[in-house]
Design a protein around this ligand. Structure first.
Ligand code: GLU
Ligand code: MG
Length: 492
């Protein structure tokens, strides 16, 4: 009898080796429990924990898991009436809250630095007949990267992640059984630094204890962390990572966010990757995504150009970027409004697109300009030439954020799009605006026929239904601030 992994068509000699290696490693390391997790639509890891004796079986057979887990909005409510006949007709395989199977990748094994004797495995969902679930967001990025590879390119991404860390003064509100609710209240917190003292060493020292936890956690998980910084807002910090292949960068973001939140929580801190925490005095957190292409046949950074195009001025893309880089840039601009919801997926994140706060407001690019959505960094001859997209919030699902870049960029390449001149006035009134609300962003996605076609109408309809559920609850909320506290601050 074949194993589930074999029936999925993923179990070859290399996977067999990895299964045996992982089991031996877990035994030798004294692991007692292994968390088998998958990244949900909202970027949150979920799954089950198996005991060491059950590990090998889980690696071969996967673990069963209720399919509604893929249909939940940010409050954990299922956005489809799965027990009503016909309600899941557009979602074959999701009726009646039946099972999906999470199959772990044995190569992803890690020992968690913050939890004793605990291992961790990344998994992806399959239907019981062994077909991968196409709505799985990691699968969406894998599909996008496969298309990019067919065109001869690989995507490299570097992450700059702003977020907020607070000290918990009273976990009571969150943990008081009399106040349990769906979703429940957030803990009471205080600042770890008072802010408005950008990059000050003194505040770095004040925030040293939680930042050490961030550092140790990221490094013990094998993530390419390069720096930790004090941001402008009260209790706001930033983590910067070296560029890696896109899938590894997306996986790193998932591990970082979920790992750091847990490690900090054990030490009495609350980290949030929501864009605008629910306090009077805050600065928005952005997630800036540095990107460049490499030719799979070799040749290094494909955005680098040897010398400026003859006759071009500094505001023309061809002064700085190769033709490939310019097409990619123009593709990102052409689909900026449609991609926004993948990069800024919450009601909260749309408060960030405002002038003069180093966040974008309009669909523009600039040369080393932090007010523009796309910041082109580098110059002719510079091997580190890249495009930094500043459109995202740190709560975004990394797989969807990056997949939207790939499809937009591929369209720019396929059509040979040219970019308009760089902006020198990123907050000028006349420029085309990014969506100003989650609802507008959903409409912009649905109106972008190219993105809908390349991502697949099934994925877009799915996302829209989940996000509409979140929007509706926000619209119905008696206290929208409390909605932000419960749904985002406490949870993401
Ligand atoms: N916090 C700004 C944002 O919302 C970015 C600040 C910076 O460039 O470091 O994207
Ligand atoms: Mg920053």
């Amino acid at each position: 009898m074949s194993s589930f992994a074999q029936r999925c068509g993923v179990h070859d000699a290399a996977r067999e080796d990895a299964v045996q290696r992982t089991v031996r490693l877990a035994q030798a390391a004294g692991i007692e429990l292994v968390r088998i997790v998958w990244c949900d639509l909202h970027g949150v890891t979920r799954g089950k924990t198996v005991t060491l004796p059950a590990l090998e079986r889980a690696l071969r057979e996967g673990i069963g898991l209720v399919s509604t887990l893929m249909l939940k909005d940010t409050s954990d409510r299922t956005a489809w009436k799965v027990f009503e006949p016909g309600a899941t007709d557009t979602l074959p395989g999701f009726a009646h809250a039946g099972n999906l199977v999470l199959l772990p990748d044995p190569e992803s094994f890690r020992q968690l630095p913050w939890a004793p004797a605990t291992g961790w495995l990344q998994a992806q969902p399959y239907f019981q007949d062994g077909r991968p679930v196409p709505l799985d967001t990691r699968r969406v990025l894998q599909d996008a990267l496969a298309r990019l590879a067919q065109a001869g390119w690989g995507l490299r991404c570097g992450l700059e992640v702003e977020f907020h860390v607070y000290r918990i003064t009273d976990a009571g509100p969150q943990l008081d059984p009399h106040r349990a609710a769906w979703p429940g209240p957030a803990p009471a917190v205080e600042l770890v630094h008072p802010g408005y003292n950008l990059l000050t060493e003194g505040w770095a020292d004040l925030a040293d204890a939680p930042l050490r936890i961030v550092q140790h956690t990221a490094q013990a998980l094998g993530l390419p962390l390069t720096s930790l910084e004090i941001e402008l807002g009260p209790s706001q910090v930033e983590a910067v990572f070296d560029a890696t292949d896109a899938l590894a960068a997306a996986d790193a973001m998932v591990l970082f966010r979920n790992g750091v939140r847990q490690a900090l929580r054990r030490a009495g801190y609350h980290a949030t990757f929501m864009c605008r925490p629910p306090f009077q005095q805050i600065m928005s957190s952005g997630w800036h995504l540095h990107q460049s292409l490499v030719g799979l046949a070799g040749g290094g950074n494909a955005f680098r150009r040897e010398a400026p195009e003859p006759g071009s001025g500094p505001l023309e893309a061809a002064h700085t970027l190769s033709a490939t880089g310019e097409h990619w840039l123009a593709g990102l601009l052409a689909h900026a409004r449609g991609m926004a919801v993948f990069c800024t997926p919450t009601v909260n994140g749309y408060g960030r697109y405002r002038p003069n706060a180093l966040a974008p407001q309009s669909v523009l690019w600039g040369r080393d300009n932090r007010g523009a959505m796309l910041r082109v960094v580098g110059e002719a001859g510079d091997g580190a030439t890249r495009i930094e997209n500043r459109i995202g919030e740190p709560a975004a699902n990394p797989y969807l954020y990056m997949a939207s870049q790939v499809h937009a960029g591929l369209d720019g390449l396929a059509r040979g799009l040219r970019a308009p001149p760089a902006t020198e006035a990123p907050y000028a009134e006349a420029a085309e605006r990014l969506p100003t609300s989650l609802g507008e962003a959903l409409e912009a996605l649905q109106a972008d026929a190219t993105l809908v076609r390349s991502l697949g109408p099934g994925l877009v309809d799915y996302l829209v239904q989940v996000k509409r559920s979140e929007l509706q609850r926000h619209a119905d909320a008696e206290d929208p601030e409390e909605f932000m506290r419960r749904e985002y601050f406490a949870r993401i």
